[in-house]
Design a protein around this ligand. Structure first.
Ligand code: IDP
Ligand code: MG
Length: 142
């Protein structure tokens, strides 16, 4: 059996709305293991590294503003195919289109803002996961 790690963030909207436990519960109910967990308000520097691929896009500044607006819960999860599995639990980026049953589909909505507040982040590939885990949990070797 191979294991795989993914970096999950419960974003500031999820924290403010009291949905952190609900997200963690869905991760555990799915069968993934929690490897590390931290509650913190992200710095703009950490977010610039985390979201480097989006620099220059129209939603980039609103995204960094939103993500630094309050506490997030950063989590490393583990399990076979957990990167794809968590993306499936999370649902589509746009919460209006995210399927019911998914975190974003069940718990998220469009608030008419410049950035989609969609409750969670999940790594999109093994390469992204290794890069992101090093940003949020530098003590964890990948
Ligand atoms: P993902 O979180 O589903 O992987 P990405 O394309 O990596 O989506 O975008 C990162 C985050 O930026 C999204 O989760 C969402 O909060 C925000 N975002 C992405 N695309 C848009 C957009 O077109 N308008 C507003 N916000 C967006
Ligand atoms: Mg992404």
């Amino acid at each position: 059996m191979t294991t795989e790690r993914s970096l999950v963030l419960v974003k500031p909207d999820g924290f403010r709305r009291g949905l952190t436990g609900e997200v963690l519960s869905r991760i555990e109910a799915k069968g993934y293991t929690l490897v590390a967990l931290d509650v913190l308000t992200p710095t703009r520097e950490a977010l610039a590294a985390h979201y480097a691929e989006h620099e220059g896009k129209p939603f980039y500044e609103p995204l960094v503003e939103f993500m630094s607006s309050g506490p997030v819960t950063a989590v490393v999860i583990e399990g076979h195919d957990s990167i794809k599995g968590f993306r499936s639990l999370a649902g589509a980026t746009n919460p209006t289109e995210a399927a019911p049953g998914s975190i974003r589909g069940d718990l998220g909505r469009d608030w008419g803002l410049k950035v989609q507040e969609n409750i969670v982040h999940g790594s999109d590939s093994p390469k992204s996961a290794a890069r992101e885990i090093a940003i949020w949990f530098p003590h964890l070797g990948s």
